[in-house]
Write a protein that binds this ligand. Structure first.
Ligand SMILES: NC(=O)c1ccc[n+]([C@@H]2O[C@H](COP(=O)([O-])OP(=O)(O)OC[C@H]3O[C@@H](n4cnc5c(N)ncnc54)[C@H](OP(=O)(O)O)[C@@H]3O)[C@@H](O)[C@H]2O)c1
Length: 381
């Protein structure tokens, strides 16, 4: 199969290299911007790819919602398979594009959009057919994991750790979606869409690591624990889905052992029990390897990851968690406090009683809107 690639950046170049090394695949024209055109196989007008009847599949590695979304639509309408690593675009338009792909009999696959090189979405899309996926959770953003690891194991401030992540090529040029938790959230809602045919809508209950300070790291470390950023998604008893992202305190457990920019994500199947995948969640060749898995899967007849009837529904995050909270001492009474870890200099660090996930996130937003700082992390069992 001849495959064209849109975008020749980190992922795009990796995909091109791997296509050239993979028997059965042939590299077609590669779409780049005018300013980047340096090789004869590069073109700057997508119509050349869409009109080329010898191109069977297109890989999109540009990123962002636009023009990637319209390129996807035009590719499928031109009767070609479409594979992407672009979680923002799939979170935005994946359901409609998957339906379009089914109507044209062509593939719409996005393994690399969640977990980079880890074969999580792919295996989830297989597992859901033979098992009930009860819940999913894990570390889905390598940049934030690297930053948290450096802050807690080396005492490095957040900004310095982020600059290091940039230098090492882990962080995107604009890492705001990583730090805010949005990137992890997009990935977990795609996992929900694959597992349940329900994509949580509304983008709520997303807490990243911007509020985590070295002082927080020290307080938590004195108790023998560490923080990781965890994305959670799953099925509620009433058939609705939940999805949220928040820091979590680990006294032990496998997430705590995940270092540097690694990812680790699990699902629990009714029959399989807990299954965990860990590895490189980003990077040129790990991500390209997931794209290549999709391309070779097309040859074997795997065309879709989303169930045929996939819909959007609001997430219902009404399960209860206990939280570790650091905020101004004067605001402590807004919470039911189970245990105070420290209270000095007008700042309190305490453990709450069980409270709804959505309630915790909205209380934190209220405090921030009134100009106050807060850090919170769920505590688990
Ligand atoms: N990097 C990773 O490890 C990783 C992992 C998993 C998923 N992803 C996803 O993969 C996608 C690509 O990421 P990346 O890291 O490879 O980004 P990247 O390095 O910035 O590459 C994107 C390339 O596309 C080019 N481009 C922009 N608009 C274009 C257009 N209209 N036509 C053709 N080329 C265009 C960009 O050029 P300019 O730079 O000049 O704008 C850039 O060279 C994103 O959706 C990202 O979320 C990345």
């Amino acid at each position: 199969m001849k495959v064209s690639v849109l975008g020749y950046g980190t992922v795009g170049k990796g995909v091109c290299d791997m296509i050239e090394r993979t028997p059965g695949l042939e590299l077609g024209p590669v779409l780049v911007l005018h300013s980047e055109r340096s090789e004869s196989f590069m073109i700057t007008d997508i119509d050349e790819i869409l009109k080329d009847s010898t191109v069977g599949a297109v890989v999109e590695a540009i990123g962002g919602e636009s023009p990637a979304g319209s390129f996807a639509e035009r590719t499928l309408k031109a009767g070609k398979h479409f594979v992407t690593s672009n979680k923002a675009m799939v979170a935005d338009r994946g359901i409609e594009l998957s339906a379009l792909a089914r109507s044209t009999g062509k593939a719409f696959l996005f393994s690399a959009a969640c977990g980079g090189g880890i074969p999580f979405l792919h295996n989830l899309s297989v597992a859901r057919k033979s098992d009930d996926i009860l819940s999913m959770s894990g570390i889905l953003n390598g940049t934030t994991n690297y930053v948290l690891d450096m802050m807690q194991s080396k005492g490095v401030p957040l900004d310095t750790a982020l600059s290091q992540a940039r230098r090492l090529g882990y962080a995107e040029a604009d890492p705001s979606a990583d730090i805010s938790g949005l990137d992890s959230y997009r990935k977990i809602i795609l996992a929900c869409a694959v597992a349940y045919g329900i994509q949580p809508e509304g983008y709520k209950d997303i807490e990243g690591i911007a509020g985590f300070t070295q002082q927080d790291a020290e307080v938590i470390s004195r108790r023998g624990a560490e923080v990781r950023l965890i994305a959670s998604g799953g099925l509620n008893g009433d058939g609705s889905v939940y999805a949220f992202v928040e820091p979590r305190v680990f006294f032990d457990g496998m997430e705590r052992a995940v270092r540097k920019n690694f990812n680790s994500v699990s699902y629990t199947g009714r029959n399989s029990g807990l299954i965990t995948y860990s590895g490189q969640g980003a990077g040129r060749y790990p991500t390209a390897s997931a794209v290549l898995r999709d391309l070779t899967g097309i040859e074997e007849g795997t065309l879709y990851m989303l169930p045929a009837e996939c819909v959007r529904r609001p997430a219902v995050n009404d399960m209860e968690e206990r939280y570790l909270v650091r905020c101004e001492a004067s605001q402590k009474d807004r919470f039911i406090t189970e245990e105070v870890w420290s209270e000095e200099g007008g700042t309190a660090v305490f453990v709450t009683g069980p409270m709804e996930v959505s309630r915790m996130h909205s209380l934190a937003a209220e405090l921030r809107n009134s100009g106050q700082g807060i850090f919170f992390a769920s505590l688990g069992d």
